[in-house]
Design a protein around this ligand. Structure first.
Ligand code: FE2
Length: 385
């Protein structure tokens, strides 16, 4: 995240002597991206972060692809994903390609006896239902309904949920999640025309140094495998850190919609970008105010992009019979558009309460076995009058 942040105690100069009260040196770690060329943070641990006690047997967590190639408008009933006690086991990949994996999860229990690190992807957790705290060495991030939590790869974390009713929509990105470049000035600051700014971005706080020796299980995901590691020191033993690389949060409710006299195209909803896909937010807003405007979207052909919509709340004006947690995948190659009757119905309407997350991947998505289990098979024919 291109905002400098610092928590806890750090030395005046980097790479200099920095001792604990007992005279021992703290262990400095550079956490850097794109080699040493992009965002980084300097972390000061009570103990070296390298003390591995044992390694368990790795196992595959690769999604099982059911439809590698397809050309079918697809709808999934996301809330049919069954709640599962364990956080990692609750995560079900439904759509995947080489740039991203999209998952649904309904975890019931907090993570108490292990930590998790995704070493292959940045994660964006969209909180549809539930609340709690993301705990990392960088500090804590409280979350609730409508939050996007961006967790850069390599961050060891635990989640504490407030209760058992949680629904998450998760994107794993094999490239870094960034704010849209066109909204940043030459110094990285979000410009005046950006739909959100640094004031809306929540950074970690309440750093709590846990200086403990023992057995700490960290499940590390890399290349579709999960590697069970046992470390000899607590992963949250940061006494301090500074830099630009850390988890952060943005509420969809803080995304300010861009509106106009005529229908605004989807890029006005863009919230994040990554290599080969974007994430957009559709939020409650005033409709177009030209006297003859048609608020419903026109039919469109995604010539070089699939389109995934995750329906969160409100009435989605261009669709009929949409329910919370529903996902539509409109693949590149065939047009899609408003359902019959919705264009006429939208004329004269002044505002919408719709809330949805959209992902446009520039390469085709594959559909997993988990997705087939929650598919509405007749959706492709839903445009018939
Ligand atoms: Fe669309």
């Amino acid at each position: 995240m291109p905002i400098y942040h610092s928590l806890g105690k750090i030395p005046l100069k980097r790479h200099t002597v920095f001792r604990k009260p007992d005279g021992e040196l703290y262990a400095e770690e550079l956490v850097s991206t794109e080699g040493f060329s992009s965002l980084y943070s300097l972390v000061y641990h009570c103990h070296p972060p390298t003390i591995v006690k044992s390694m368990g047997t790795p196992y595959s967590v690769e999604p099982k692809i059911a439809r590698e190639k397809h050309l079918k408008h697809t709808s999934l009933k996301g809330f049919k994903i069954q709640p599962v006690d364990d956080y990692l086991e609750s995560r079900k990949v439904i759509l995947a390609n080489n740039d991203l994996h999209i998952s649904l999860a309904a975890p019931k229990k907090s993570m108490t006896d292990y930590f998790y690190k995704n070493s292959q992807a940045d994660e964006v957790l969209f909180i549809h239902e539930g609340s709690g705290v993301l705990k990392t060495g960088f500090g804590k991030l409280s979350f609730g309904y409508g939050d996007y939590i961006v967790i850069p790869r390599g961050t060891i974390y635990q989640i504490e949920f407030d209760d058992e009713k949680n629904r998450l929509f998760i994107v794993e990105s094999f490239s870094s999640i960034q704010t849209p470049k066109r909204y940043r000035n030459a110094f990285g600051q979000l410009q005046e025309h950006s739909p959100y700014c640094e004031r809306d971005i929540r950074k970690p706080k309440d750093l709590e140094t846990i200086d403990q020796i023992g057995d700490f299980k960290v499940l590390i995901k890399k290349q579709g495998m999960m590697y069970p590691y046992t470390y000899g020191t607590h992963p949250f033993d940061f006494v301090g850190w500074d830099g630009f690389h850390y988890p952060w949060a943005l509420s969809i409710h803080d995304f300010e919609p861009i509106t106009g006299r005529l229908h605004q195209p989807p890029p006005v909803h863009q919230t994040f970008e990554a290599h080969n896909f974007v994430i957009c937010s559709f939020v409650p807003r005033k409709y177009d105010y030209h006297p003859l405007s048609i608020p419903a979207p026109y039919h469109h052909s995604n010539v070089d992009s699939d389109e995934v919509l995750y329906y969160v709340d409100g009435d989605f004006m261009s669709r009929k019979s949409v329910e919370k947690g529903q996902i539509t995948l409109h693949p590149a190659g065939i047009p899609h558009g408003p359902h019959p009757g919705t264009v006429e119905k939208s004329i004269g309407k002044e505002s919408t309460e719709e809330l949805a997350v959209m992902i446009d991947p520039f390469k085709p998505l594959m559909i997993t076995e988990e997705a087939l289990a929650i598919e509405d098979e007749d959706y492709f024919a839903s445009w018939q009058s």
